[in-house]
Design a protein around this ligand. Structure first.
Ligand code: ZN
Length: 134
């Protein structure tokens, strides 16, 4: 069995992490898949998907500090759109994640959440979720 579902979100800041765990879990629950995998993919070049801590709200902020340190804005970037730092952060984080589905639910750790990471907002964004299994 395989199900594809897409949802959208509107980001509100230039850099922003949105916890999308509940949306992804709802798609898995309604897919009818009990045992399989779930792929979460975002079709953008300045936004990404990751898994990280969902408990302390300071963690996403600290991740942005770390990513800004690795990929600050630079005067020697040549890309005319002026958002090369956002493109670099997107490649560092990556466009997709794969999560094991077991017992009809995401097999996440206690402290793990699924995050949509915006690096060039505010924008309207899409997230595709593929659930595959039986
Ligand atoms: Zn660009």
């Amino acid at each position: 069995m395989t199900v594809l579902s897409t949802f959208t979100l509107q980001t509100r800041s230039r850099n922003e992490w949105s916890n999308i765990t509940a949306q992804v879990q709802r798609i898995v629950a309604s897919s009818g898949v009990n045992e399989g995998i779930c792929v979460v993919f975002t079709p953008h070049t300045t936004a990404a998907i990751t898994i990280n801590e969902n408990a302390d709200p300071d963690v996403p902020g600290d991740m942005l500090i770390a990513l800004n340190a690795v990929s600050p804005d630079r005067a020697d970037f040549r890309h005319a759109e002026g958002n090369s730092a956002a493109h670099a952060k997107t490649s560092l984080v990556g466009p997709s994640i794969t999560i094991i589905v077991s017992g009809g639910a995401l097999l996440l750790g206690t402290w793990q959440g699924v995050w949509f990471t915006e690096f060039d907002g505010p924008r309207a964004r899409s997230v595709h979720v593929r659930v595959l299994g039986e």
